[in-house]
Design a protein around this ligand. Sequence first.
Ligand code: ADP
Length: 159
Amino acid sequence: MVKAVFPGSFDPPTFGHLNIVERVRSIFEELFVVVAVNKQKSGFFSPEERRDLLAELLEPFPNVKVMLCDTLIVEFAKLHGCRVLVRGVRSVPDFSYEFELSIMNKGLDPSIETIFMPTDPRYFVLRSSAIKELASFHGDLSAMVPPNVVRALKAKVGP
Ligand code: ADP
């Protein structure tokens, strides 16, 4: 059985991310959902806040672990015995970005494979960046993110 990593910013987690996790988790022995810490970009939520939101959402799934990573993802994968990186793809521009990233990761560690999971059509327009913008205008986010994320966004943007 193979272990996999699903890395991302998850700033914040959306129904699109959760859908990928739900579909992928039964394919693998263990799935690490990893909040990749980007030292160049300060997020809307801190990496720890994102990890805690994901941990709350994924708690029902015994073979899913939520972790932070401040190294290269391929290094994280190697360290945890994972042979596969999972990435979600919403659109053709997503695919060209993800394709380049996968080639770069393959160059860093040829033993680790990337697989792409196409989005569920219900979620193909969901983007963390658009959600943060909508939250700043107090828009209704209930169809895009789960209730704990709605609450966290409301608390962050204030009245
Ligand atoms: P990034 O790592 O580019 O910051 P995110 O953290 O937003 O991306 O997302 C992590 C992974 O989840 C990426 O592979 C991204 O393509 C995928 N993803 C994000 N939103 C969706 C969605 N609505 N449907 C499917 N996949 C998605």
